[in-house]
Design a protein around this ligand. Structure first.
Ligand SMILES: Nc1ncnc2c1ncn2[C@@H]1O[C@H](COP(=O)(O)OP(=O)(O)O)[C@@H](O)[C@H]1O
Ligand SMILES: [Mg+2]
Length: 333
């Protein structure tokens, strides 16, 4: 079948002085054309590393195994020269950190125009016009003047929007947005969510939205994949994940939402150097049984296109908390 992206048994690890960091541990993930897939999980679970693995942007101490098939072409092990043809044009990344991702010494108008020039082969003058129009569509007041500014002159939300503009300027088939709302205050967060929503409607782009914020994901995504300690532990249509979460960790994430009283998942994420045996979540799981410490559950298909990695998924309980309904705006802040 023609998946846009088909990741199979992906393992990404880093050799460090302290040992091997297993950041991505056998991830299987399919993204179909036109859908928004949310990748959620606590900080440090491997979300950005998964995104960078797709982009081929890992540091030299990284090792990648498995396949990342993009339109049928396996990206892992592809020479840098070939990856460069895909990066930016076919698959673009809106990176996690707006402050360090823009070039501080170049005007923002130029940085957006450069994408049009390089990826769409527009002549400079046209590229510049396109950049200004793009900034306008991202709600920059007086974009012609703003284009002349440097990143340090912009607020965090504006920088985020410049990066989003750069991400879509090449009209990529797949857009990876890494924590586009992290560190933004409630109001700007709503703006960015709205912009991403419009962006998807306007470009009919396929998107992998990486976020630690389940609420942001639930507002934007058709499907959600929940990641824990380098593994996907549950995935399915957003509606089903939210209304009938089967994995105790997913239930924990839902209970930790502000609208559900901010009850955190107890305990801490494990070290990715020494992962627990059995189910990686069992030390924190309030339903763990003896088997969970020994048997590593597989990601099993349950109904409605959902998959869950839990030995007891057939004994799933009802969610303890009811999830919010309604719009993002109503819930924010
Ligand atoms: N270059 C690197 N060298 C060693 N460890 C790394 C490197 N990059 C990321 N990691 C580790 O990989 C794990 C996953 O990180 P990351 O994907 O950034 O998490 P997040 O889910 O918050 O995006 C973390 O433990 C992080 O410390
Ligand atoms: Mg990250």
């Amino acid at each position: 079948m023609g998946y846009l992206l088909n990741i199979e048994n992906l393992e990404t690890s880093f050799n460090t002085g302290d040992g091997v960091v297993k950041a991505v541990n056998g991830v299987d993930l399919v993204i179909e054309e036109g859908e928004i897939m949310g990748l959620v999980g606590e900080t440090g679970c491997g979300k950005s590393v998964l995104g960078l693995s797709i982009m081929g942007l890992l540091p030299t101490n990284a090792e990648v195994k498995g396949t990342i098939a993009y339109k049928g072409l396996n990206l892992t092990g592809l020479p840098e020269k070939e990856i460069r043809k895909i990066r930016g044009k076919e698959i673009a990344l809106i990176p996690q950190n707006p402050s360090t991702s823009l070039n501080p010494v170049l005007k923002i108008g130029f940085q957006v125009a450069e994408v049009f020039h390089l990826q769409q082969r527009l002549p400079w003058k046209k590229a510049r016009q396109a950049a200004i129009e793009m900034l306008r569509s991202f709600d920059f007041p007086d974009p012609g003047k703003r284009a002349e500014e440097y990143p340090h002159q912009l607020s965090g939300g504006m920088k985020q929007r410049v990066l989003a503009a750069m991400g879509i300027a090449g009209e990529p088939s797949l857009l990876i947005a890494d924590e586009p709302t992290k560190g933004l205050d409630a109001l700007i967060r709503i703006q960015v969510v709205e912009i991403l929503r419009q962006l998807v409607l306007r470009t009919s782009a396929t998107m992998l939205l990486i976020t630690h914020d389940l609420k942001v994901a639930s507002c934007l995504c058709d499907k959600i994949a929940v990641m824990y300690a380098g593994e996907i532990i549950e995935t399915g249509p957003t509606r089903d994940i939210l209304s009938l979460p089967r994995h105790p960790y997913t239930r924990g994430l839902i209970a930790s939402l502000p609208s559900n009283g901010l009850v955190p998942v107890r305990g801490l994420s494990p070290s990715l150097i020494e992962l627990p045996a059995g189910c990686k979540f069992h030390p924190r799981c309030n339903q763990a049984a003896k088997d969970c410490a020994q048997k590593h559950p597989r990601l099993e298909i349950v109904d409605d296109g959902c998959k869950v990695r839990c030995l007891f998924n057939d004994q799933n309980c009802k969610p303890e908390k009811k999830l919010f309904h309604g719009s993002f705006q109503k819930e924010a802040g």
